[in-house]
Design a protein around this ligand. Sequence first.
Ligand SMILES: Cc1cc2nc3c(=O)[nH]c(=O)nc-3n(C[C@H](O)[C@H](O)[C@H](O)COP(=O)(O)O)c2cc1C
Length: 219
Amino acid sequence: MPFSSIAKMGKSRKRVDVLKETPGMQDRRMVQNTVLEVIKERRTVRKYRKQNISDSDLNKILEAARYAPSAGNQQPWEFVVIRDELNKKRISYACFDQAWIAEAPVIIVVATNTILSTSKYGHRGDKLYGVQATAAAIENMLIAAESLGIASAWIGAFSERAVSILTACPEHVRPCAVLTFGHSDEKPIVPSRQELKEFVHQEHFGKVEVKDDRNHEIF
Ligand SMILES: Cc1cc2nc3c(=O)[nH]c(=O)nc-3n(C[C@H](O)[C@H](O)[C@H](O)COP(=O)(O)O)c2cc1C
């Protein structure tokens, strides 16, 4: 069977190799179900076992980032992989002392390369596309990790300056997220989600009617 079934059974995490092979039509339906399940199963996990992440699994997570979309295919992202205990402690301190971060076997600092993000698209690339592409890469990584039975967290609260210095990022490489990865026995409950009807709008935002004369103004 090309794809193993859904990611979780009770507390134990099972591998789901969604990245592995090109499926036939029947398999594709299974993959769709599996991908949606994995997306829903992913949680922010803040407690990890000591167990290391294999290089092979880490490469799969980084490969998932590689295939993220980016404006003009600029791929404006950089990743610093941190496994050293002292470096992890320093990073957790730079994340305003979120001590649990240092317990993860792998930390990845994700940064936007602003030379790449601005080269084609200037200000818009800098303010918008670079961050969007980097965020797409991050989400790919978290979903890939989940599919491999590896827990993760996305940390946004950190001193950019401190993380820059600790990772020796040059000025044009701007840290935008700290990610943690590790095996875990934790399975946090799903934090509440809004209903679709609360944030999905049909044709226009809310119930506002767009009049013809306004259309003329826009176009
Ligand atoms: C941009 C961003 C920044 C975040 N920063 C932190 C953080 O600094 N510390 C933390 O513990 N969790 C952080 N989180 C995780 C969120 O708290 C978490 O995604 C949210 O509560 C929903 O839970 P879930 O990821 O399990 O669905 C961050 C998530 C995002 C997307």
